[in-house]
Design a protein around this ligand. Structure first.
Ligand SMILES: [Zn+2]
Length: 58
């Protein structure tokens, strides 16, 4: 499941990747604030595409 983390204030994408990352790790990697608007980060998770696993019925 792809994960996208965006700034709560300006929508700047802080992390976008295929692997899940702990939100606090992402926040720490940005020194706790948004690089764009300098807002203190609180994490917001946006799951862009959540596709259910294809069911194999058999
Ligand atoms: Zn921001």
């Amino acid at each position: 499941m792809p994960q996208r983390v965006a700034c709560d204030s300006c929508g700047e994408v802080l992390y976008d990747g295929k692997n899940l990352k702990p939100p606090d790790e992402i926040i720490l990697s940005h020194n706790g604030k948004c690089p764009k608007c300098s807002k203190k980060l609180s994490f917001v998770l946006i799951n862009v595409e959540v596709r259910p696993a294809e069911e194999v019925t058999r």
